[in-house]
Each structure stands twice: as C-alpha cells, then as structure tokens.
Design a protein around this ligand. Structure first.
Ligand SMILES: [Zn+2]
Length: 442
C-alpha cells in the first residue's frame, strides 16, 4: 500500500471535493449522516473495529443509547478475545455511563476482570510448564495448551497465584508413563510428589494373590504429598492404568520452589490440601484390620497409653504415632482411674444418637481448639487385647473422645468437621503449625 493512502486526505482525493470525511461530519455534528456512512462502511467490512467505535460515539450523540451500548459491547468483546482486557473493560465502563440501568454490563465487566486475572495465571503457568519440559521434546505450544487445559480446573490452579504456579511448574519435571507402569511401591520413602496431568493412576494393595484397587486418581490430583512434605512412606503401590502425563516434584525441586517464595506456608498448604495419601492410608487400614494380637501389639498399646497419659491427653490413635493400624486408646480420666483405660482394636461405630457441641483439641494439633459437633451417645464394637469382640456404649465426653479417635483411624482430624469462619481460623492455625514443622524438617 502506498504511503499516500495513510493520510486521511488521501482518500478524499478520489471523492467529490464537496464530500466530507466521516470525521468532518462528526466535527460538524452531522451525526445522522456520519452514522449512515459508518454503517455503509461496516456493511463492506464488518470487522472494522475503528468504525464500530466511531459508530458507538455517534449513536451516543444521537442519544441512541441502546445501539451505542451494543457497539461498545461488540468492540469490548473483540478486544478481550485478543487479550486486551483493560481496553475492553474501559469501553464497557463507558457504555455503563450511557446505560446505568443495564445490569448486564456490570456482569460483563466482572467477567472480563475474571478472565484478565485468569489470563495472567494462564500465561504464568504456561511459562512454568515450558520450563518443566526442559530440553525434552513435546513441549510445543499446542502441547502446552493441552497440558494447561487438563490442569486449569484443578485445585492447584484454583488456589495458587500465577506467580506460584510458575514457580511450582518450573521446578517440576515432565514424566510420560506407559500404561501399566509402577510409579512407586507401597512403603517406599522415595520423596517426591506427582501431579497427574492426563491419564489415570491407581493406588493398589495386594490381596490374596492379586492386587486390588484402593482408589483411582486423574487430572489435577496430587499424589505423594505425605511422602514429600511429611517424610512419610507411600501408603500403597501406585500404577498407571493408561498412558499418563504427569509432573514430578522432587525434594530438590521443592526446595527450589521455597527459595525466595513470598508465601511458603500458603504454598505448602495448597500442596497438602487434597491429602490423598492420608485418605488412601485410611482406606487401607479399614481393608486390613488387625488380625493378630501378639506381644508387639500389646507393647504398642501399652506405649500408646503411656504417651497419652504423659501428654496429657484423653485418647491416642496409632496413626498419630506413625503406626498404620486400626488401634486406638482412650482414657477420659487421664490415668486417674486405671479401670477406665480402653484399648480398641478394629473399632467400628454401630449407632450414633443426639448432638452435643463442645470444645475439642488434639495431640496432633497442639494449640488448636474449637467447638465440634459430636453425637451425644454412641454404641461401638471393638476387639480387646484378649481378642474378644466387645460392645461399648458411651455418652458425653467419652462418646466425644471415642468419635475423635475413631476419626483419626479414618484419616479425619477434628478441624475437618469445622465449617465457615471456624474452618478458616483452623486453616490459618494449621498453616502456622505446618510451617513450624516444615522448618524443623527442611
Ligand atoms: Zn486427635
């Protein structure tokens, strides 16, 4: 195109000398004529955003506010789809002044603001994912978009900022696993965390001669948070049941994410949030009840009673002392009355009744207390140290202590029962506690 036509004057040369340009018409306040000319131009070139924008201004001058709002809205959408969210929002704000009663505009602005935020998260995350690919092949733009598509609705993306996602993904490594690959073996202390992007991984345990599936995990699920963050062991053997794309975070990777991290506590909290390892461990405890009551088990129970009394506490569950068994001890007299010590093996609640709300704490969560709803009465069955299955009925404080300890066997903490603001408060306290532990560990 010749330079001459860049000048506005250039086009008028081909037109009759008495004819005004559209801008002239606007300056001369000949809005009807201007709108006609603009519409004619748009009928030839409907995507000409500048003409849409001028038409919006002209309609506003003509007090045709509905039409002006439509034009502004059209251009705002186009801007947004090209990533110019601020321009789009500015236009919609203009439109809102013309039509203050049109509430749809406010929603559109909010939508663009959300998309703008998400776009930022997306671009940061993609930068991180690009780095996760390292020098390996398969990190084309298309591939990155596919990975993002699978991760976009997961917990991590919902709860981490764009900067934190970039930090995390940059420290992770891609892993492509064939169907039937063993990811990790039960009991392994291999310290890594796996974020599944595409595909399915199953937690399995041996049962008789074959492996049975405890739980399946897919896109967005995190495995190994206990192994990596709590230095625990893997509760089951994990295998892929179809080709899997995953991101792996090693201990070195974790340390890299924490160096200079503006909110390491919040970051770790999000990694822990799914606690899939804890849930798998609880399911397995249920599938594998204690079968043999031997000297080791008696010794463990005696040690747990001693620990509980020393704490002092009114109950303790085996998983709290790192033993993966459905075993708990309870003594609401804290050693005052030896006849009140209860040792519960494979306990199951059979009946609950009523509701009481009282303050509770937990030996595993020092310094955190809150009101928790519990049944006023429970009846349960448990095996005692003599190997007999016995029934136990309890109410009030004892019922509460029993429910609390049995929850531990199912991987549930009392803070998991809290809702709303109480939950938020406990979450903040837990975050602090977790951070203190992490400081000791790392
Ligand atoms: Zn507890």
């Amino acid at each position: 195109m010749a330079i001459k036509s860049w000048f506005r004057g250039g086009s008028s040369k081909q037109q009759a000398p008495q004819e005004y340009t559209i801008d002239d018409l606007i300056v001369l306040e000949k809005y009807d004529e201007a709108s006609e000319r603009l519409r004619a131009r748009l009928s030839v070139n409907p995507n000409d955003l500048h003409s849409h924008l001028k038409l919006a201004e002209v309609y506003a001058q003509l007090q045709k506010f509905d039409k002006a709002v439509d034009e502004f809205g059209y251009v705002a959408d186009e801007y947004a789809s090209d990533g110019f969210y601020d321009k789009g929002i500015a236009l919609l704000s203009k439109a809102m002044k013309l039509a203050p009663l049109d509430s749809s505009l406010r929603f559109k602005i909010e939508k663009l603001q959300r998309e703008k935020g998400m776009e930022h998260v997306r671009s940061m995350a993609l930068e991180g994912l690009q780095k996760a690919g390292g020098a390996r092949a398969g990190t084309s733009a298309v591939e990155l978009k596919k990975l993002w598509h699978h991760l976009a609705h997961g917990t991590l993306v919902q709860h981490l900022s764009g900067e934190q996602l970039k930090r995390l993904f940059s420290s992770m490594e891609y892993e492509r696993l064939e169907s039937g690959t063993q990811v990790v073996e039960e009991g392994s202390q291999n310290a890594f965390l796996l974020l599944i992007v595409i595909g399915v991984v199953e937690a399995t345990i041996p049962d008789g001669g074959k492996m049975i599936t405890v739980r399946s995990f897919t896109s967005g699920d995190i495995l190994g948070d206990a192994a990596l963050l709590e230095r625990g062991s893997w509760p089951a053997t994990y295998r892929t049941v179809e080709p899997v794309t995953a991101l792996r975070l090693s201990r070195a990777g974790l340390e890299a994410t924490l160096v200079g991290n503006p909110d390491p506590r919040g970051f770790l909290d999000v990694l822990r949030e799914q606690h899939n390892d804890r849930d798998v461990a609880a399911t397995i405890r249920r599938l594998r009840p204690v079968v043999e009551i031997d000297e080791r088990l008696r010794k463990l129970a005696a040690d747990m009673v001693e620990t509980m009394h020393a704490a002092p506490g009114v109950g303790l569950a085996a998983p709290q002392v790192g033993v993966d068994l459905r075993l708990a001890v309870v003594d609401v007299t804290v050693g005052e009355d030896p006849s009140q010590v209860r040792i519960l093996i494979n306990p199951e609640i059979e009946h609950r009744e009523g509701l009481e709300t009282e303050v509770e704490g937990c030996l595993s969560l020092p310094g955190i207390t809150d009101k928790v709803d519990r049944p006023a009465f429970v009846r349960l069955q448990a095996t005692n140290l003599e190997g007999e299955r016995v029934a136990l009925e309890a109410q009030g404080y004892l019922a509460r202590a029993l429910c609390h300890e049995l929850d531990h066997l199912d991987g549930i903490l009392f803070t998991d029962h809290l809702r709303g603001l109480r939950k938020e408060r406990a979450r903040r306290q837990l975050k602090r506690l977790a951070a203190e532990r992490e400081e000791v560990l790392v």
